[in-house]
Write a protein that binds this ligand. Structure first.
Ligand SMILES: NC(=O)c1ccc[n+]([C@@H]2O[C@H](COP(=O)([O-])OP(=O)(O)OC[C@H]3O[C@@H](n4cnc5c(N)ncnc54)[C@H](OP(=O)(O)O)[C@@H]3O)[C@@H](O)[C@H]2O)c1
Length: 347
């Protein structure tokens, strides 16, 4: 079936609410960008399902507290500690470090849903790179990498398999994205994609989401669930087209196009959030996978991502992420994360 018709069919498919994990009352979840949209709905569902603790990672604590108050009202979860608001601004890598240091103090962490993201329709350079590349890719991957030790430690301590979920987008898989990420010529991926030339209203965002997919695939390859210290399931999820405020920065014409598309095809944010929950509860079969429509859906990932040349691009994207983090003073020791599982792991 041509890709567009498949997309339309999927948008009209009712999505199930995933079954609640039996031990959810003991579990701690972090959802970034939880003050609105998909993140809000995902966090609210987790509270409503009885999660032990849900941390809302938000850039405006005020907006986060207002969102939490609404969630408490809707779910009846008024007890102190069930929901907590922590500040996180993905425009600042220092803020990511601070947030991760707070996460390190938790007794346990069962899932990070890295949901926060932006669409920029005007090119803005921040700390040397285009803003949506900084927020959606560099800062999001720094958060993922800094959170992994806590997820791994929780896996060992509680004999569980925590999840690291990156919220991506099906727009990354469109055929016009083939070749969108430079794979040859020695040019740095972030320098290239930050250039004015090539920046477009509808083209920059899917590129950031494609970089996320490459990064998830590479990270999952480097950290297999079964063999690394405290296996963590790492996956990417696409929520599909949903009614949210994601296009708040868009130009007027772009907003009109998106409004028409949404009117015809979009899911509610609540329906879209079910895909985030599925990924946050998914088993090892979702490791390195692309999830959508509340299931592992690797068949949607085109061959130009998975073939030999796609793998070369993937490695290059990964190396450029690490290089960029290093250059920005936030280097990561990935080898330490990939250390073999100690035999002491409880089975
Ligand atoms: N809606 C869709 O159709 C759709 C489709 C595919 C993928 N997605 C993905 O789903 C995720 C959630 O998007 P959404 O649709 O729910 O959009 P949204 O309603 O605009 O929510 C985005 C969230 O990200 C936060 N955020 C933005 N920049 C941030 C920063 N610098 N630091 C920390 N938080 C920041 C926002 O905070 P503020 O409220 O403070 O701005 C907001 O909480 C995104 O990753 C998006 O790419 C959405």
């Amino acid at each position: 079936m041509p890709r567009f018709f498949g997309f339309v069919r999927d948008q009209y498919t009712a999505l199930p609410l995933p079954p609640t994990p039996a031990d959810i009352a003991q579990q701690t979840f972090v959802v970034t960008g939880a003050n609105t949209g998909l993140g809000f709905q995902c966090a609210q569902h987790l509270l409503g399902m009885g999660a032990g603790r849900v941390i809302l990672g938000v850039r405006s604590v005020q907006k986060g507290e207002a969102a939490l108050a609404a969630m408490r009202q809707a779910t009846g979860r008024h007890e102190a500690g069930a929901g907590t608001v922590w500040e996180l601004d993905l425009q600042s890598l220092d803020s990511v470090e601070k947030f991760s240091q707070r996460l390190a103090t938790l007794d346990r962490l069962d899932a990070l849903v890295a949901n926060a993201g932006v669409v920029m329709t005007e090119r803005q350079i921040v700390q040397g790179i285009e803003l949506s590349l900084l927020v959606n890719v560099v800062a999001t991957m720094l958060l993922a990498l800094r959170t992994l030790p806590k997820l791994q430690a929780s896996a060992r301590k509680f004999n569980t398999t925590p999840r690291l979920v990156i919220v991506s987008s099906n727009s990354a898989l469109e055929s016009n994205m083939k070749g969108a990420v430079p794979s040859a010529g020695g040019v740095d991926v972030f320098d290239k994609l930050s250039e004015e030339d090539g920046f477009g209203t509808f083209s920059q965002y899917p590129k950031t989401k494609l970089l996320q997919i490459y990064a998830v695939r590479q990270l999952a390859l480097l950290l297999p669930v079964a063999t690394t210290a405290g296996g963590v399931v790492i996956n990417a999820v696409s929520p599909g087209l949903c009614y949210t405020d994601l296009d708040r920065n868009a130009s007027r014409p772009a907003k009109v196009v998106l409004a028409i598309m949404r009117k015809l095809l979009a899911r509610t944010a609540e329906a879209g959030s079910r895909t985030l929950l599925q990924a946050a509860f998914a088993g090892p079969d979702s490791h390195g996978a692309y999830c959508s429509e509340c299931r592992v859906k690797n068949e949607d990932v085109p061959a130009w991502i998975t073939n030999a040349s796609g793998k070369t691009t993937q490695e290059r994207v990964w190396n450029d992420i690490l290089k960029r983090l290093d250059a920005m003073g936030h280097g990561v020791d990935v080898a330490a994360l990939a250390a073999p599982a100690p035999s002491a792991r409880v089975v």
